[in-house]
Design a protein around this ligand. Sequence first.
Ligand code: UDP
Ligand code: MG
Length: 317
Amino acid sequence: MNQDKITIVVPCYNEEEVLQIFMQEIMDTQEKLPEALLEVLFVNDGSTDNTLEGIKQLHAQYPTHVSYLSFSRNFGKEAAMIAGLEHARGDYIAVMDADLQDPPEMLIDMYQWIVDEGYDVVATARNTRAGEPPIRSFFARMFYKLNNKIADVHLEEGARDYRMMTRQVVNEVIRLTERNRFSKGLFSWVGFDVKYLEYKNVERVAGTTSWSFWGLFDYAIDGLVTFSGAPLSLASFVGFVTFLVSILMGFYIVVRTLIFGDPTPGWPSLAVLILGMSGLQLLGLGIIGKYIEKIFIETKQRPLYVLKEKELTKEAQ
Ligand code: UDP
Ligand code: MG
């Protein structure tokens, strides 16, 4: 029997404390999943502690289950993820955090949803945000709401990066060569049949999160800007409204001056001028913005479509 291979891409940044426990849990899962070979592909994202040594030790310990890549410096989780996806050789590919916040035994469920139920992607979403500062949860929720309103990709609320995909899906994801990668959006952009599994948030087993509040904020803005031109349209909109208001105000002032005279000479015309000009400028900025948006979309060079199946007659091939 041909055994399936599942490559699990694990970005690691200063995770020396968790590596051993992590691998232990993976091996426990392996025992419960004899149909597939689990291969962990660690991506050391320029850790400053002994993560790389730890990974090498695991590689020596489990040569068939552990491979690794190591960056020359810290390039960030997005970069580590794409590097892993590009180098993964499995029939199915999973992405998982090293800190065991993503329960490894879910890999079994994921594999079954794909193999037995025919899904292309099994993704995960947390159904609670327990153990997280409330202010962080609040902003996270706002982010998903806003994104799903204005961006062209839908993001599942509470979605994690933890997921399993078929070879075909991963091939499409790595075909997206844009430099600014927001993988939550990219995974959603490629489409396919996605099953969401929910799970409870768990604390990391050791170490600390490398996300600061501002880091997350920045990440959220990145996501919005990468998949939506709405912020650019805002300038046009505000500019247009300001301009309209200036015209109405102009009329009002002319009529008022005709009836009541002009108590402060010069003020009404100045106010109307400032309002009118700044409105026009904003509108102009918005129009330039729209062109920049088009350039932005072109430079990303995303494929125009993604095929899932193909069947052509002989002549057409
Ligand atoms: N990570 C990484 N590069 C970074 C930051 C984080 O590869 O610059 C990895 C980290 O080792 C972990 C995963 O990304 O495996 C998620 O990080 P973390 O647990 O800090 O994020 P959270 O779970 O709080 O979202
Ligand atoms: Mg974590």
